[in-house]
Design a protein around this ligand. Structure first.
Ligand SMILES: NC(=O)c1ccc[n+]([C@@H]2O[C@H](COP(=O)([O-])OP(=O)(O)OC[C@H]3O[C@@H](n4cnc5c(N)ncnc54)[C@H](OP(=O)(O)O)[C@@H]3O)[C@@H](O)[C@H]2O)c1
Length: 344
């Protein structure tokens, strides 16, 4: 089996390398990034090639390609990879809302990865854990309305922003310590360290950012509820890895807490965390359960009149469950994974 990773030197690419070792340990790997370079990973040195080499007439084909690049590079390389005979799983936003391309969360709608599917879009890192939590509720009770508030890690922006966040945090807290500042007034009010910042990229005329629109539109497509009443507000919080979402759900039919908990306990790729207080349901806890959505803080909404309105929290490691793990589980539909936890 021949697998290629585009974006192998990035955050998601690094996680893919780890997971491929678990899923297909004997696969032959071809790694690509912006330029020729070497990559140290898990004690091995890999040769990485410039992705532009894939455009050469003598570029080799293969079985499976994971694309972990920004949108414009995905648009450039995915069609070429399909042409070279790869089955492609793209992590960017490029194809997610394309009606011709399935948008898949393993455990929810992986039936759309069929023997003839050549290109699959991997959803946004907040949409994947949310869909895993909502799908069992949709099936059992129907979904009338969903409201989400997200608290998202800096690594969602990629390796360079994560590195500068860590450096700026050390510098900022050192400055607070040195000057005796206890409020953060000396820190940059628009930067990530010690802050909560609106996820405001590509805000359109609606006033919602692209992150907020992705969570809404992708959830509708995956859950196959094109008119679902869903709204989201997204923030970045000063956390390295682990996206956290508070969710308000209105069901179509009444439920009780024990019934919902039972469903979540049995849901694929979900670890249900009992207890309304949310002990062990934190952003950093997701890094201890990297391939699962943590779902808990289940309780009746204080405004509920008839068992249809519920509050819960969903958290997931954005680099793994929210990106690489879901991609590998989708690919396991075509190529059986050795590690059972990485099968769809
Ligand atoms: N981070 C997350 O939580 C997350 C979650 C879900 C989806 N995603 C999506 O996954 C994709 C990758 O994200 P990431 O966080 O892994 O990004 P990243 O850490 O910034 O890595 C970006 C990768 O793109 C490569 N690259 C840059 N310019 C290129 C070019 N001109 N040609 C070929 N390769 C080029 C980089 O190679 P060099 O090292 O050579 O520059 C690097 O390997 C993005 O579409 C992102 O939206 C990310």
């Amino acid at each position: 089996m021949r697998i290629c990773i585009l974006g192998a030197t990035g955050l998601v690419g690094g996680e893919l390398l780890t997971l491929i070792d678990r899923a297909w340990p004997n696969a032959e790997l071809d790694l690509y990034a912006s330029r020729d370079q070497t990559l140290e990973h898990a004690g091995r040195t890999h040769q990485v090639h410039a992705a532009s080499k894939l455009e050469q007439a003598d570029a080799r084909g293969g079985d499976l390609a994971f694309v972990a690049l920004d949108d414009q590079y995905s648009a450039r390389y995915c069609p070429r990879l399909v042409e070279l005979g790869y089955r492609v799983i793209d992590k960017s936003n490029t194809y997610r809302m394309n009606p011709e391309v399935p948008l898949i969360v393993a455990g929810v709608n992986h039936r759309h990865a069929t023997p003839t599917t050549k290109l699959v879009a991997n959803p946004n890192c907040t949409t994947i854990p949310l869909s895993l939590a909502l799908e069992p509720l949709r099936t059992a009770y129907g979904l009338a309305e969903v409201t989400v508030s997200s608290y998202q890690a800096i690594s969602g922006a990629g390796l360079a922003p994560l590195t500068s966040f860590v450096d700026a945090t050390i510098e900022g807290f050192t400055q607070m310590q040195r000057t005796g500042d206890r409020t953060g007034a000396l820190l940059d009010p628009n930067a990530y360290p010690a802050n909560v910042v609106p996820h405001n990229g590509s805000t359109d005329a609606s006033g919602f950012s692209s992150e907020e629109r992705k969570l809404v539109n992708e959830s509708r497509k995956i859950l196959e509820l094109p008119t679902l009443a869903i709204s989201a507000q997204c923030c970045r919080v000063p956390v390295p890895v682990g996206h956290y979402e508070n969710v308000w759900v209105e069901l179509e039919r009444p439920a009780d807490a024990a019934g919902i908990a039972e469903l979540l306990n049995a849901a694929p790729s979900v670890r249900y965390v009992p207890g309304a207080e949310g002990t062990n349901l934190t952003a950093l806890a997701t890094v201890q359960h990297r391939d699962y959505a943590l779902v808990g803080r289940l309780r009746k909404d204080g405004r509920d009149a008839d068992g249809r309105r519920w509050c819960l929290t969903v958290a997931g490691d954005n680099l793994r469950l929210g990106a690489a793990t879901n991609a590998v589980r989708i690919a396991s539909v075509w190529f059986a994974a050795d590690d059972a936890t990485l099968r769809a």
